[in-house]
Design a protein around this ligand. Structure first.
Ligand SMILES: Cc1ncc(COP(=O)(O)O)c(C=O)c1O
Length: 348
């Protein structure tokens, strides 16, 4: 995380005014304009009235559950999913419904029938570098998903918080870039690229929806921090963000390569895994039997915090999410070698 550069942001000569009052309900106009320019590079053409600045992607989920959905609504989502690891929709009385994935993303063949059978209200998806599997939805699958959802009138919530983090080649355009009917609500965030502590994200959608959600946001917190909005706008408008992202991609790719190398060396007897093209995660599948609960406790004793699959899919007992973004390369190596040993000792 770029702490020193963040400090220097506040000393730059800039055109941007730093207002310390409450900001406009949807967020400062300057930041929303800057985000519209950023989204244009991904093929998303929107104007500031369709953009709401939120305090992180998580708040976008909260606002949607408060402002758009009724108690008892059914949210469809990929399984496994980040969504089951946070309590927003469940605590607001929504039902979550699992839709399986393959290595091209969510499976769309049964989606229409399931929507009609279970009265789905919203489809939540993380098409790019999915949390927890790291899967990148193919362009074909994106088209199929949009087709089915538009036929079935099933709105989509596209969570694109990892979309900037591709390693070797640019990825297919977001669903929102191909949305002709206002079917897609799109969310992004600075948490995975710049800093989670900034608490700045954005939600993009049809203007009446954004108006309604911005009212609720106003009643909730009077708007996101004007300092944090100033900083993000400055990162984006100055071009520093684009430079930073090149550096982050390289750093993450090196860590992915290191992780794959360690997995090859120490895990091939006990597990299989995917090779992510971006993002933070490798979805490790254990091929040996043994209690995940016991493994979790043993790892914790060694100072390793595991993210077992049942956080993301309650029926999963064979996966572990490996994140190569946070620990240093040394810690990664030490932790993974120890984990391989623990898995072997934990075998039934
Ligand atoms: C897919 C996904 N969406 C949203 C979030 C929330 O991010 P934020 O810090 O912007 O609230 C996360 C954080 O882990 C995430 O993985």
């Amino acid at each position: 995380m770029p702490s020193e550069q963040m400090k220097s942001i506040f000393h730059r000569k800039t055109e941007q005014a730093l207002s310390l009052g409450y900001t406009e309900p949807k967020g400062t106009l300057y930041l929303r304009e800057t985000i519209c320019n950023h989204l244009k590079t991904k093929g998303i053409e929107v104007t500031p009235p369709s953009v709401l600045i939120v305090s992180g992607g998580l708040q976008a989920l909260q606002l949607i559950s408060l402002g758009l959905l009724h108690k008892g609504s059914t949210i469809f989502h990929e399984t496994p999913s980040y969504l089951t690891s946070v309590n927003v929709f469940q605590s607001a009385g929504m039902n979550l419904f699992d839709i399986p994935m393959d290595n091209e993303g969510v499976k769309t063949d049964l989606l229409g029938r399931l929507k009609r059978q279970h009265n789905g209200t919203l489809f939540y998806t993380i098409p790019s570098f999915h949390n927890p599997t790291g899967i990148l939805m193919s362009n074909n699958r994106r088209k199929q998903l949009l087709d089915v959802c538009s036929k079935e009138r099933l709105p989509i919530l596209e969570d694109d918080v990892y979309g900037d983090l591709w390693f070797e080649q640019p990825i297919p355009k977001p669903l929102k870039a191909q949305d002709k009917q206002g079917l897609v609500l799109y969310m992004g965030s600075m948490s995975k690229t710049l800093s989670p502590g900034l608490r700045i994200g954005w939600l993009v959608g049809p203007e009446p929806v954004i108006d309604r959600l911005s009212d609720i946001k106003m009643q909730t917190d009077y708007g996101s921090s004007s300092l944090a909005q100033f900083a993000v706008a400055e990162w984006l408008a100055s071009g520093l963000y684009d430079k930073h992202i090149i550096h982050i991609r390289k750093e993450l790719k090196d860590r992915r390569d290191l992780t794959l190398h360690i997995l090859d060396k120490y895990f091939s007897e006990v597990a299989t895994w995917n090779n992510p093209e971006g993002g933070f995660y490798i979805w490790l599948k254990l091929n040996v039997k043994g209690s995940m609960d016991k493994l979790f406790k043993k790892a914790l004793k060694e100072g390793i915090l595991l993210n077992p699959g049942n956080i993301y899919d309650r029926n999963d007992s064979s996966h572990i999410r490996i994140s190569y973004s946070y620990a240093t390369p040394k810690q990664l190596e030490k932790g993974l070698i120890k984990l391989a040993q623990l898995i072997k000792e934990n075998r039934d």
